[in-house]
Design a protein around this ligand. Structure first.
Ligand code: FAD
Length: 364
């Protein structure tokens, strides 16, 4: 097995990995991007057909390349995929698709990165940018295992047509739950079951997209803003007013989380029961970090141990693309570039100071 050296290996060639490579280049590093899939569009091709961005094009760009089209328009999923391909094609970086990283091991001088295809690489720095949207989270809801109807995760959802005329229960109250619920309501009877009431955030304030205001006020990238923006009760849903109107119409509707599921029924918290055909879990995702093994130091919930994207377990290891890694904008198109810069700059400092404390090669 031959080994290739690089100054930083970026695992994952979605938006987070590509932005990291771009920033690494601008810092004078020599990035190598290893992407498992045969293309560099991350998870976007797997999201539902009607998905449009919640931020306008002018606030959805990765570092170094504007998002094309109407700057105030909200790009579609397919426009994001096209943008990411174009971005990768213009990146001055070594990008290798079809390379799934199988194992990363730490040595005195850095890391060895081995792919499932048997290729090996070494680097003093590793950034894991494998997304946190790869492993659908399916919570253990009472009675779910015995439910005889269809159970899906929002990651399985593509379009409303297969659900025509069915009774659908969506679990969750975030952006995906609301968008899918409203789309489905044109074809089916839909209820969102949520722990907390839905929270809507106006998409536009004083005629301008909210992202303009969150960026101008610094809220978008402020590390301390989490409690302010989520109130500890989930991420608010951006709404131009159409979502609220849709819920006001009664289909979809929202109810508190049910007591339990029975065979083909849901039992609501007031004790009433109702027949349900489909349970759709819009309950989020967890990252897949098996390739890092013990280096990630996963906590009980499956999240890697880190501080603002810098591993607190392994020097030289960082993350880009984790939700709320540093701020509201982390894990979004507009936010990953700043996080990548933060992480790479600090990791470089960290490894330089480690170099100073290491005995010289001759002394070892
Ligand atoms: P991913 O897109 O998941 O890319 C990770 C890449 O890593 C993949 O290509 C994968 O193949 C690769 N990989 C994984 N494991 C390995 C391995 N072991 N070795 C090599 N490669 C590996 N963000 C916005 O900015 N605006 C939006 O409007 C928006 N809407 C969203 C709607 C939905 C339904 C969801 C789920 C997310 C949305 N996001 C949005 C959030 C985020 O921008 C996307 O989820 C985005 O895909 C995350 O990019 P990423 O690069 O971090 O991860």
């Amino acid at each position: 097995m031959s080994t290739t050296d690089s100054s930083v290996v970026v695992i994952g060639g979605g938006q987070a990995g590509l932005a990291t490579a771009q920033v690494a280049r601008s810092l004078g590093l020599d990035p190598l991007v290893l992407e498992a899939a045969d293309r560099t569009a991350g998870s976007w091709p797997h999201y539902y057909d009607s998905l449009t961005l919640f931020s306008p094009a002018r606030r959805s760009a990765l570092p170094g390349m504007a998002f094309p089209g109407d700057p105030d328009g909200y790009p579609t999923r397919d426009e994001v995929i096209a943008y990411l391909h174009h971005y990768a094609a213009h990146l001055d970086a070594d990008i290798r698709t079809g390379h799934r990283v199988h194992q990363v091991t730490a040595h005195a001088d850095g890391f060895e990165i081995v792919t499932s295809q048997g290729a090996a690489f070494t680097a003093p720095l590793v950034i894991s940018a494998t997304g946190e949207f790869s492993r659908p989270h399916r919570p253990a809801l009472p009675g779910l295992d015995d439910f005889t109807g269809t159970v899906l995760h929002s990651s399985d959802y593509r379009s409303p047509h297969p659900f025509a005329g069915r009774r659908v229960l969506i679990v969750g109250g975030g952006n995906s739950a609301v968008q899918i619920g409203i789309e489905l309501a044109g074809h089916a009877r839909v209820t969102l079951a949520t722990r907390h009431p839905l929270r809507f955030m106006p998409q536009r304030i004083l005629g301008r997209d909210i992202h303009l205001w969150t960026q101008r006020t610094g809220l978008d990238t402020a590390t301390w803003a989490r409690p302010l923006l989520t109130g500890g009760k989930g991420t608010p849903v951006m709404d131009t007013g159409t979502y609220r109107a849709a819920f006001a119409s009664g289909n979809p509707d929202r109810r508190p989380l049910f007591t339990r599921l029975h065979a083909d029924q849901v039992e609501w918290d007031d004790g009433t029961r109702e027949k349900i055909d489909v349970v759709l879990l819009a309950t989020g995702y967890r990252p897949t970090l098996a390739h890092l093994g013990a280096l990630a130091g996963l906590d009980d919930q499956g999240w890697p141990r880190h501080r603002r994207g810098i591993s607190t377990v392994q020097p030289g290891l960082g993350y880009v693309g984790l939700e709320w890694q540093r701020s509201f904008a982390s894990a979004t198109l507009r936010g990953v570039g700043a996080d990548a810069r933060y992480v790479l700059t600090r990791l470089r400092r960290q490894t330089r100071s480690l170099d100073r404390t290491r005995p010289a090669a001759a002394e070892r």
